[in-house]
Design a protein around this ligand. Structure first.
Ligand code: ADP
Ligand code: MG
Length: 249
Protein backbone atom coordinates (compact mmCIF):
# COMPACT_ATOMS: atom_id res chain seq x y z
CA UNK A 1 0.00 0.00 0.00
CA UNK A 2 1.30 3.44 -0.94
CA UNK A 3 0.05 6.84 0.01
CA UNK A 4 0.58 10.11 -1.83
CA UNK A 5 -0.08 13.12 0.38
CA UNK A 6 -0.02 16.64 -1.02
CA UNK A 7 -0.15 19.24 1.76
CA UNK A 8 -0.61 22.95 1.39
CA UNK A 9 1.27 22.99 -1.92
CA UNK A 10 2.13 26.43 -3.23
CA UNK A 11 3.99 26.87 -6.50
CA UNK A 12 4.81 29.73 -8.78
CA UNK A 13 6.00 30.26 -12.29
CA UNK A 14 7.87 33.37 -13.32
CA UNK A 15 7.12 35.03 -9.98
CA UNK A 16 3.39 34.43 -10.34
CA UNK A 17 1.79 32.24 -7.72
CA UNK A 18 -0.36 29.59 -9.43
CA UNK A 19 -0.88 26.88 -6.81
CA UNK A 20 -2.24 28.45 -3.64
CA UNK A 21 -2.42 25.63 -1.14
CA UNK A 22 -3.40 22.31 -2.71
CA UNK A 23 -4.33 19.45 -0.37
CA UNK A 24 -4.91 15.95 -1.72
CA UNK A 25 -4.42 12.42 -0.42
CA UNK A 26 -4.46 9.39 -2.69
CA UNK A 27 -4.16 5.74 -1.68
CA UNK A 28 -2.96 2.91 -3.87
CA UNK A 29 -5.53 1.68 -6.35
CA UNK A 30 -7.69 4.81 -6.16
CA UNK A 31 -8.69 6.96 -9.09
CA UNK A 32 -9.04 10.68 -8.43
CA UNK A 33 -10.34 13.01 -11.10
CA UNK A 34 -9.38 16.67 -11.12
CA UNK A 35 -11.60 18.99 -13.10
CA UNK A 36 -11.64 22.75 -13.28
CA UNK A 37 -11.74 25.70 -15.64
CA UNK A 38 -8.87 26.51 -17.99
CA UNK A 39 -6.03 28.20 -16.19
CA UNK A 40 -7.03 26.94 -12.72
CA UNK A 41 -3.63 25.28 -12.25
CA UNK A 42 -4.27 21.62 -13.09
CA UNK A 43 -1.28 21.22 -15.39
CA UNK A 44 0.82 23.27 -13.00
CA UNK A 45 -0.02 20.74 -10.30
CA UNK A 46 0.95 17.84 -12.60
CA UNK A 47 4.20 19.51 -13.66
CA UNK A 48 5.09 20.49 -10.11
CA UNK A 49 4.62 16.91 -8.95
CA UNK A 50 6.83 15.69 -11.78
CA UNK A 51 9.52 18.20 -10.85
CA UNK A 52 9.43 20.35 -13.97
CA UNK A 53 12.21 22.94 -13.47
CA UNK A 54 10.08 25.98 -14.43
CA UNK A 55 7.87 25.59 -11.37
CA UNK A 56 9.10 26.82 -8.03
CA UNK A 57 7.56 25.38 -4.91
CA UNK A 58 7.28 28.07 -2.26
CA UNK A 59 5.43 26.18 0.46
CA UNK A 60 4.07 22.76 1.34
CA UNK A 61 5.10 19.12 1.02
CA UNK A 62 4.36 16.11 -1.19
CA UNK A 63 5.00 12.79 0.50
CA UNK A 64 5.12 9.49 -1.32
CA UNK A 65 5.01 7.16 1.65
CA UNK A 66 7.61 8.70 4.00
CA UNK A 67 9.65 10.54 1.40
CA UNK A 68 9.14 14.17 0.47
CA UNK A 69 9.38 13.93 -3.30
CA UNK A 70 9.88 17.70 -3.59
CA UNK A 71 13.44 17.08 -2.48
CA UNK A 72 14.04 14.70 -5.38
CA UNK A 73 15.13 15.34 -8.97
CA UNK A 74 12.61 14.48 -11.70
CA UNK A 75 14.58 11.28 -12.43
CA UNK A 76 14.51 10.25 -8.79
CA UNK A 77 10.76 10.85 -8.73
CA UNK A 78 10.29 8.60 -11.75
CA UNK A 79 12.55 6.04 -10.09
CA UNK A 80 10.33 6.19 -6.99
CA UNK A 81 7.34 5.28 -9.08
CA UNK A 82 5.73 8.55 -10.10
CA UNK A 83 4.58 8.77 -13.70
CA UNK A 84 3.36 11.79 -15.59
CA UNK A 85 1.69 11.52 -18.96
CA UNK A 86 2.05 14.87 -20.65
CA UNK A 87 -0.79 16.84 -22.11
CA UNK A 88 1.25 17.50 -25.24
CA UNK A 89 3.69 14.64 -25.71
CA UNK A 90 6.69 16.06 -27.52
CA UNK A 91 8.31 14.73 -30.62
CA UNK A 92 11.86 13.66 -30.03
CA UNK A 93 13.28 13.22 -33.46
CA UNK A 94 15.81 10.49 -34.00
CA UNK A 95 14.82 8.49 -30.93
CA UNK A 96 13.00 5.31 -31.80
CA UNK A 97 10.10 4.30 -29.61
CA UNK A 98 11.78 1.01 -28.69
CA UNK A 99 14.90 2.83 -27.50
CA UNK A 100 12.92 5.49 -25.70
CA UNK A 101 11.01 2.82 -23.79
CA UNK A 102 14.22 0.99 -22.95
CA UNK A 103 15.78 4.17 -21.55
CA UNK A 104 12.66 4.93 -19.52
CA UNK A 105 12.57 1.36 -18.21
CA UNK A 106 16.24 1.39 -17.21
CA UNK A 107 15.81 4.74 -15.48
CA UNK A 108 13.09 3.22 -13.34
CA UNK A 109 14.40 -0.32 -12.75
CA UNK A 110 18.11 -0.31 -13.66
CA UNK A 111 20.00 -1.76 -16.58
CA UNK A 112 18.70 -4.69 -18.59
CA UNK A 113 20.76 -7.84 -18.35
CA UNK A 114 21.99 -9.75 -15.33
CA UNK A 115 19.83 -9.14 -12.26
CA UNK A 116 17.12 -7.49 -14.35
CA UNK A 117 13.72 -8.96 -15.11
CA UNK A 118 14.87 -9.04 -18.73
CA UNK A 119 18.14 -10.77 -19.53
CA UNK A 120 18.45 -9.19 -22.96
CA UNK A 121 17.17 -6.38 -25.13
CA UNK A 122 15.41 -9.01 -27.19
CA UNK A 123 13.43 -10.26 -24.18
CA UNK A 124 12.59 -6.72 -23.23
CA UNK A 125 11.31 -6.00 -26.73
CA UNK A 126 9.17 -9.11 -26.62
CA UNK A 127 7.58 -7.87 -23.41
CA UNK A 128 6.99 -4.43 -24.96
CA UNK A 129 5.36 -6.03 -27.99
CA UNK A 130 3.04 -8.11 -25.78
CA UNK A 131 1.98 -4.98 -23.91
CA UNK A 132 1.48 -3.18 -27.23
CA UNK A 133 -0.81 -5.94 -28.41
CA UNK A 134 -2.85 -5.77 -25.18
CA UNK A 135 -3.18 -2.00 -25.38
CA UNK A 136 -3.93 -1.66 -29.06
CA UNK A 137 -0.60 -0.07 -30.05
CA UNK A 138 0.41 -1.04 -33.57
CA UNK A 139 3.69 -2.92 -33.58
CA UNK A 140 5.13 -0.85 -36.41
CA UNK A 141 4.91 2.28 -34.24
CA UNK A 142 7.56 0.81 -31.96
CA UNK A 143 10.23 1.10 -34.65
CA UNK A 144 9.32 4.67 -35.60
CA UNK A 145 10.74 7.88 -34.20
CA UNK A 146 9.08 8.88 -30.91
CA UNK A 147 5.75 10.56 -31.68
CA UNK A 148 6.95 11.50 -35.18
CA UNK A 149 3.85 11.69 -37.32
CA UNK A 150 1.77 9.86 -34.74
CA UNK A 151 -1.93 10.63 -34.61
CA UNK A 152 -3.37 11.99 -31.36
CA UNK A 153 -4.77 8.58 -30.50
CA UNK A 154 -1.50 6.83 -31.22
CA UNK A 155 0.40 9.20 -28.93
CA UNK A 156 -2.01 8.64 -26.09
CA UNK A 157 -2.00 4.87 -26.49
CA UNK A 158 1.76 4.97 -26.43
CA UNK A 159 1.66 6.92 -23.18
CA UNK A 160 -0.49 4.21 -21.69
CA UNK A 161 1.96 1.59 -22.96
CA UNK A 162 4.79 3.51 -21.35
CA UNK A 163 2.82 3.62 -18.14
CA UNK A 164 2.11 -0.12 -18.22
CA UNK A 165 5.79 -0.77 -18.74
CA UNK A 166 6.95 1.42 -15.87
CA UNK A 167 4.53 0.00 -13.29
CA UNK A 168 4.15 3.30 -11.46
CA UNK A 169 2.90 3.60 -7.88
CA UNK A 170 1.18 6.79 -8.99
CA UNK A 171 0.33 8.14 -12.40
CA UNK A 172 -0.93 11.55 -13.41
CA UNK A 173 -2.80 11.71 -16.70
CA UNK A 174 -3.11 15.32 -17.83
CA UNK A 175 -5.93 15.52 -20.37
CA UNK A 176 -4.89 12.21 -21.85
CA UNK A 177 -8.40 11.97 -23.28
CA UNK A 178 -8.38 15.34 -25.08
CA UNK A 179 -8.80 15.01 -28.82
CA UNK A 180 -9.41 11.27 -28.74
CA UNK A 181 -12.29 9.55 -30.45
CA UNK A 182 -14.60 7.29 -28.45
CA UNK A 183 -12.73 4.10 -29.34
CA UNK A 184 -9.39 5.55 -28.29
CA UNK A 185 -10.88 6.83 -25.02
CA UNK A 186 -12.17 3.36 -24.31
CA UNK A 187 -8.80 1.79 -25.05
CA UNK A 188 -7.02 4.30 -22.84
CA UNK A 189 -9.53 3.81 -20.01
CA UNK A 190 -9.34 0.03 -20.27
CA UNK A 191 -5.55 0.22 -20.28
CA UNK A 192 -5.58 2.38 -17.16
CA UNK A 193 -7.97 0.00 -15.40
CA UNK A 194 -5.84 -2.96 -16.36
CA UNK A 195 -2.77 -1.27 -14.88
CA UNK A 196 -4.65 -0.55 -11.64
CA UNK A 197 -5.82 -4.15 -11.39
CA UNK A 198 -2.35 -5.52 -12.05
CA UNK A 199 -0.27 -3.10 -9.99
CA UNK A 200 -2.63 -1.27 -7.65
CA UNK A 201 -1.47 2.05 -9.12
CA UNK A 202 -3.07 5.24 -7.81
CA UNK A 203 -4.28 7.52 -10.59
CA UNK A 204 -4.87 11.25 -10.87
CA UNK A 205 -6.79 11.94 -14.05
CA UNK A 206 -7.12 15.54 -15.16
CA UNK A 207 -9.95 15.98 -17.61
CA UNK A 208 -12.70 18.24 -18.90
CA UNK A 209 -14.99 15.46 -20.01
CA UNK A 210 -17.34 12.99 -18.43
CA UNK A 211 -16.74 10.45 -21.19
CA UNK A 212 -13.49 9.03 -19.85
CA UNK A 213 -14.83 9.22 -16.28
CA UNK A 214 -17.78 7.07 -17.26
CA UNK A 215 -15.33 4.28 -18.04
CA UNK A 216 -12.91 4.99 -15.20
CA UNK A 217 -15.47 5.53 -12.43
CA UNK A 218 -13.25 7.67 -10.17
CA UNK A 219 -13.42 7.23 -6.40
CA UNK A 220 -13.23 10.98 -5.83
CA UNK A 221 -13.81 14.00 -8.06
CA UNK A 222 -12.03 17.24 -7.13
CA UNK A 223 -12.81 20.64 -8.53
CA UNK A 224 -9.87 22.99 -8.84
CA UNK A 225 -10.26 26.71 -9.09
CA UNK A 226 -7.67 29.49 -8.89
CA UNK A 227 -4.93 27.23 -7.63
CA UNK A 228 -6.89 25.41 -4.97
CA UNK A 229 -9.13 22.40 -4.65
CA UNK A 230 -12.45 23.96 -3.78
CA UNK A 231 -14.78 20.98 -3.82
CA UNK A 232 -14.61 17.18 -3.41
CA UNK A 233 -17.33 14.72 -4.27
CA UNK A 234 -18.28 11.59 -6.13
CA UNK A 235 -19.16 11.10 -9.77
CA UNK A 236 -22.41 13.02 -9.22
CA UNK A 237 -20.26 16.19 -9.35
CA UNK A 238 -19.43 15.41 -12.97
CA UNK A 239 -23.11 15.38 -13.83
CA UNK A 240 -23.70 18.70 -12.07
CA UNK A 241 -20.76 20.21 -13.97
CA UNK A 242 -22.05 18.90 -17.25
CA UNK A 243 -25.38 20.60 -16.66
CA UNK A 244 -24.36 23.84 -14.96
CA UNK A 245 -20.73 24.44 -15.92
CA UNK A 246 -18.07 25.68 -13.52
CA UNK A 247 -19.74 29.06 -13.09
CA UNK A 248 -22.96 27.41 -11.88
CA UNK A 249 -21.32 25.55 -9.00
P1 ADP B 1 -4.90 24.40 -16.43
O1 ADP B 1 -4.08 23.19 -16.72
O2 ADP B 1 -5.82 24.22 -15.27
O3 ADP B 1 -5.66 24.88 -17.64
P2 ADP B 1 -2.35 25.70 -16.05
O4 ADP B 1 -1.76 25.04 -14.87
O5 ADP B 1 -1.83 25.31 -17.38
O6 ADP B 1 -3.94 25.57 -15.99
O7 ADP B 1 -2.15 27.27 -15.92
C1 ADP B 1 -2.43 27.97 -14.72
C2 ADP B 1 -1.98 29.39 -14.84
O8 ADP B 1 -0.54 29.43 -14.93
C3 ADP B 1 -2.48 30.12 -16.07
O9 ADP B 1 -2.81 31.42 -15.69
C4 ADP B 1 -1.30 30.10 -17.00
O10 ADP B 1 -1.31 31.23 -17.85
C5 ADP B 1 -0.13 30.16 -16.05
N1 ADP B 1 1.05 29.48 -16.61
C6 ADP B 1 1.16 28.18 -16.87
N2 ADP B 1 2.34 27.89 -17.43
C7 ADP B 1 2.99 29.09 -17.54
C8 ADP B 1 4.27 29.49 -18.04
N3 ADP B 1 5.13 28.59 -18.55
N4 ADP B 1 4.59 30.79 -17.96
C9 ADP B 1 3.73 31.69 -17.44
N5 ADP B 1 2.52 31.38 -16.95
C10 ADP B 1 2.15 30.11 -17.01
MG1 MG C 1 -3.85 21.98 -18.42
Amino acid sequence: MHKLVISNLHARIEQKEILKGVNLTIQSGEIHAIMGPNGSGKSTLANTLAGHPSYEVTEGTVHLDRKNILEMSPDERAHSGLFLAFQYPSEVSGVRVHNFLKTAYEQRFGQLGKGSKFASVLEFRKHVEELALQLGVKKELLSRGLNEGFSGGEKKRLEILQMALLVPSYAILDETDSGLDIDAIKTVAEGVKQIITMHNTGIIVITHYQRILKYLEPDVVHIMREGKIVQDGGTELVQVLEEKGYSGM
